[in-house]
Write a protein of this length. Structure first.
Length: 100
């Protein structure tokens, strides 16, 4: 619904849908049949993702900066020492994200 209700209409409003390649990660919800059908209709042969028309290059940091920076950084900051409670864990996660 995020793609249909916000992203795709904005691309069309900006007249970018014909020149845009779409990329997403391999989360199971991102390669469900209905999502792939939508992407094939809106970005024919121009989307990168699991089971998509363009194979996702392995170990490509320029295609997935979150995988190569964000999660490792947040984990390092959050677990610099063992959190003593769930509240402390949540606060550390929030603080790590605010530092970026």
């Amino acid at each position: 619904s995020m793609l249909q209700n916000f992203f795709i209409p904005e691309l069309r409003r900006l007249n970018l849908s014909d020149s845009t390649f779409f990329q997403q990660d391999g989360a199971p919800c991102h390669y469900a049949s209905n999502v792939r059908q939508l992407l094939n209709a809106v970005f024919p042969d121009k989307w990168i993702g699991r089971r998509g028309p363009i194979a996702w290059p392995l170990c490509s940091p320029d295609l997935s900066p979150l995988d190569y920076f964000l999660w490792g950084y947040v984990k390092t900051v959050v677990y610099s020492s063992k959190p003593q409670s769930l509240d402390e864990l949540g606060a550390r996660i929030t603080n790590a994200n605010h530092e970026i």
